[in-house]
Design a protein around this ligand. Structure first.
Ligand code: HAM
Length: 438
């Protein structure tokens, strides 16, 4: 016999998503598609591989993402490629590359899929993680910001995340931000020597990043630094005021957070994050904002944009902790056939019910009734359909409700209708995560 080799494991910071948890992931994705469609967003799928320069230019060479966290390699033809750390830059690239702007108007796009950042793995932080994101391109109107936030709030409500905070800020634009950065540099001159090494470096290279610092000892100094919202020019201020007023109008609570500058350089004006106490240290469930200069950074025509990305790993975790999403995939029916003669009709029934959309399990092996019922229980089947010698003769099968134990005899052609009646949700999918079909 060959010697057993050492077990090959998954790469650090990556993980396998297994059933039944994958069902929760599907539910979140289904709900996102439903809510986003209601706001007229359409799906875009961009490659996982992009040219490195796409992220260097948009996310910013001096950000943690680009300077430390990207999976970058030289391809065989010497091209530098990167596994995308985020997808906003990719969406804007695609929008420019396919001249979608020529169609005029506003374009609303959403995406879901894996992103890659080489961060220190911990709960809620992975090297391969998943985002569900949406971007609106072609308008700088503040109501775009608000409508997109309204959509997000509806989505969070639908998946059952109730305890969260919307943190809101404005980071100004290329006209007013330089004034702020000057003031920040001046203020940092006085304190930077007492700050952490990273902040000392950031104070020189990209002072806004100092506001992101998580080092405890630096916090009192950072709290005293000038606030960007005090430096907004009249247009940025007006934009921010409208966003805030409309959020109040729509009863969407927010918390102004002047230090919220986000970890990517492309933002202008509105920035935001949603945090959830259920998550511990990695508490940002999602983040986003406006990026009116991004298209030009990557060689496109001026195209204002606004969007967000939800960390799906964290959202699922938060919703699981809130106990909102049930686990597991219920099986509609388990077909128990007793004796060889029952196999062909049982198989035929299974095929027909599956074609109708029911989830059905059937054993390839003959089994005693008791064992079959044990399996039906273990699989959490809602019904068991029993086909034995007597049922074959009478032409009517037993349909057993596994929860109540009630049993009724039904002709094979009626079974689909009976199941449908009892499993109403199948023909009329409710908002899956709310379970409010009573
Ligand atoms: P971001 O804040 O870098 O923004 O990421 C968005 C969300 O992705 C975070 O709030 C977090 O939930 C999740 N996330 C980030 N890194 C990890 C990780 N290592 N493990 C697990 N989850 C993670 C963006 O990516 C922007 N593209 C958002 C955006 C869209 N802005 C405008 N449009």
């Amino acid at each position: 016999m060959a010697e057993r080799s050492e077990l090959i494991r998954s790469v650090k910071g990556t993980r396998d998503l297994l059933p039944p948890e994958t069902r929760l992931w599907q539910r979140v994705e289904d709900e996102a598609r439903r809510v986003f469609a209601a706001y007229h967003f359409q799906e875009i799928r961009t490659p996982v591989l992009e040219q490195t320069s796409l992220f260097a230019r948009s996310v910013g060479a001096d950000t943690d993402i680009v300077s430390k966290e990207m999976y970058t390699f030289q391809d065989r033809d010497n091209e530098m490629l990167t596994l995308r750390p985020e997808a906003t830059a990719s969406v804007v690239r695609a929008y420019i590359e396919h001249s979608i702007y020529n169609q005029g108007g506003v374009h609303k796009l959403y995406y879901m899929g894996p992103m890659f950042r080489r961060e220190r793995p911990q709960k809620g932080r992975y090297r391969q993680f998943y985002q569900i994101g949406a971007e609106v391109l072609g308008s700088d109107h503040p109501l775009i910001d608000v409508e997109t936030l309204e959509m997000l709030v509806l989505f969070l409500e639908r998946v059952g995340l109730r305890e969260y905070n919307l943190l809101l800020n404005s980071v100004g634009c290329t006209h007013c931000r330089p004034e702020y950065v000057k003031a920040l540099r001046r203020a940092l001159e006085g304190v930077k020597a007492s700050m952490c090494d990273d902040c000392q470096r950031r104070a020189e290279t990209n002072p806004l990043r100092v506001l992101d610092c998580k080092v405890e000892a630096d916090q009192p100094m950072i709290d005293k630094l000038p606030r960007i919202i005090d430096y907004l020019d009249p247009e940025c201020k007006q934009h921010f005021e409208r966003v805030k007023a409309e959020l109040i109008q729509r009863e969407i609570p927010y918390q102004i957070t002047p230090r919220l500058v986000r970890g990517l350089d492309y933002y202008t004006r509105t920035t935001f994050e949603i945090t959830s106490g259920a998550l511990g240290a990695q508490n940002a469930v999602l983040g986003g904002g406006r990026y009116d200069g991004l298209a030009e950074m990557i060689g496109g025509p001026p195209t204002p944009g606004f969007g967000f990305a939800i960390g799906q790993d964290r959202l699922v975790l938060a919703v699981q902790q809130a106990g909102e999403l049930g686990t597991g995939d219920a099986l509609d029916a388990y077909i128990a056939w007793l004796g060889e003669a029952a196999f062909a009709p049982a198989q035929k029934l299974a095929r027909e019910l599956r074609r109708e959309g029911f989830s059905i399990e059937i054993s390839p092996e003959p089994m005693k009734l008791k064992k079959s019922m044990g399996i039906a229980n273990k699989l959490q089947a809602r019904f068991a359909i029993i086909i034995g010698e007597g049922e074959l003769k009478g032409g009517r099968y037993q349909v057993k409700d596994m929860a109540s134990g009630n049993q009724q005899e039904v002709g094979p052609s009626q079974i689909g209708a009976i199941l449908r009646q009892k499993l109403r949700y199948l023909s009329a999918p409710a908002a899956v995560c709310t379970d409010s079909d009573e």
